[in-house]
Design a protein around this ligand. Structure first.
Ligand code: NAG
Length: 294
């Protein structure tokens, strides 16, 4: 994404794990900063609600104050209702620099009554091209639903309302050389989100344009919860050993068991609308290596 500078950030980061207990959702005032949009992004309701809006002049966005090196991050989103065609709500984790890592959820709006597409991608060492897209099994605009990213040393897992929809496994841990399928494991990432106009490609490949008479478009966020390793520069505690004793670290070693694998296959069979791995036109010289391994 164009948001990143090409500066190649290379510095030693020492991290400390801070485990946010799940009893109370984190307050947006403490966790996030609205970074652009000139007042179109707002933290409301004593820090329990955040809204981003988009009109013809501008979209808006926020980012997390903390940087994370692994985490289980939940956010509830209520997507732009009504005719949201042409709008895109992106919600992702990303590091900086030209070899950045990134874990993306993007929500592609649609005409009233037509389905949103959930677009996912994983960038490692600055390379993406790993798109998978899904329809949802509910209307995502009537109420809040939970979108989660689990990122631990074994895998990256995308879940919706607790149901895994995609996993990207760490093949390195199975002996596949790093150059073949690198896994994000040492660049801390921040959470970013924004709502913007993408009517050149988002809805039916760009055929349906944004109807500005419906503006402003608004997406809402609540119940942010991060059980994560928060990077604190200059501290010598390593991830996994610091933090509060009450923190639950089970997520750090979480992998899918066989029944969860079956559920994942079921979702992929019934709701996946695009998979880069089966796009033979796009990869005439052979599928991406993780496809053959995975
Ligand atoms: C929008 O609706 C059309 C028609 O049902 C569908 O083909 C398309 O996948 C939907 N989503 C997007 C983002 O275009």
């Amino acid at each position: 994404m164009a948001l990143f500078s090409s500066r190649n950030v290379k510095f030693l980061i020492l991290s400390v794990c801070v485990f946010v207990t799940s009893l109370v959702s984190a307050n947006f005032y403490n966790e996030l900063d609205v970074t652009w949009g000139d007042g179109r992004g707002k933290i409301l309701d004593n820090g329990n609600l955040l809204t981003l809006s988009l009109d013809k002049v501008s979209g808006s966005g926020f980012q997390s104050r903390n940087e994370y090196l692994f985490g289980k991050i939940d956010m509830q989103l209520k997507l732009v209702p009504g005719n949201s065609a042409g709008t895109v709500t992106v919600y992702y984790l990303s590091s900086t620099g030209s070899n950045w890592d990134e874990i993306d959820f993007e929500f592609l709006g649609n005409l009233s009554g037509d389905p949103y597409i959930v677009h996912t991608n994983v960038f490692t060492q600055g390379k993406g091209n790993r798109e998978q897209q899904f329809y949802l099994w509910f209307g995502p605009t009537a109420d809040f639903h939970t979108y989660s990213i689990l990122w631990n040393p074994q895998l990256i897992l995308f879940s919706v309302d607790g149901a895994p929809i995609r996993q990207f496994k760490n093949e390195e841990s199975k002996g596949v050389p790093e150059e073949v399928v690198p896994f994000p494991k040492n660049q801390p990432m921040r959470i970013y989100s924004s709502l913007w106009n993408a009517d050149d490609w988002a809805t039916r490949g760009g055929l349906v344009k944004t109807d500005w008479s419906q503006a402003p478009f608004t997406a809402s966020y609540r119940n942010f919860n991060a059980e994560a390793c928060v990077v604190v520069s200059g501290t010598s505690t390593s991830c996994g050993t610091g933090g509060s004793a009450s923190g639950n670290t089970a997520w750090l070693s979480e992998v899918l068991d066989s029944s969860e694998q079956e559920n994942l296959k079921w979702v992929q069979k019934n709701y996946m609308v695009y998979n880069y791995c089966s796009d033979s036109k796009r990869f005439p010289e052979g599928y991406p290596p993780e496809y053959n391994i995975g």
